[in-house]
Design a binder for this molecule. Sequence first.
Ligand SMILES: [Zn+2]
Length: 108
Amino acid sequence: MEYIGKYKEMAEQFRKDGCDEVMIAEFISREMEEDAFYDSGLEDAIDSEKLWAEFPNDIKDLFLNSALCDKCGVSSFAPGYKIVGSKYSVVIEGKCIKCSEDMVRVCD
Ligand SMILES: [Zn+2]
């Protein structure tokens, strides 16, 4: 499993501490979910966050890695993205992992 940014640092620390990969994946996915939760705006966010939370992790990964940066063509969000959107759809707002250009991905 490859991690990025601060999660990569966390994973490296866990490995140094002797954690196995399963534990590391568990810790980091929890951390990522918390980050996504706390970074989200409060207004209108309840329902879309709820929907997002119900997505299986592999679907979340798929959405988070299938956006498209207009500037450099990279398709992954940097950590710290927000879950926004209407009652019936989830929208991810974040920044390109490579060039920090704003990116939006509608999960439909
Ligand atoms: Zn970019």
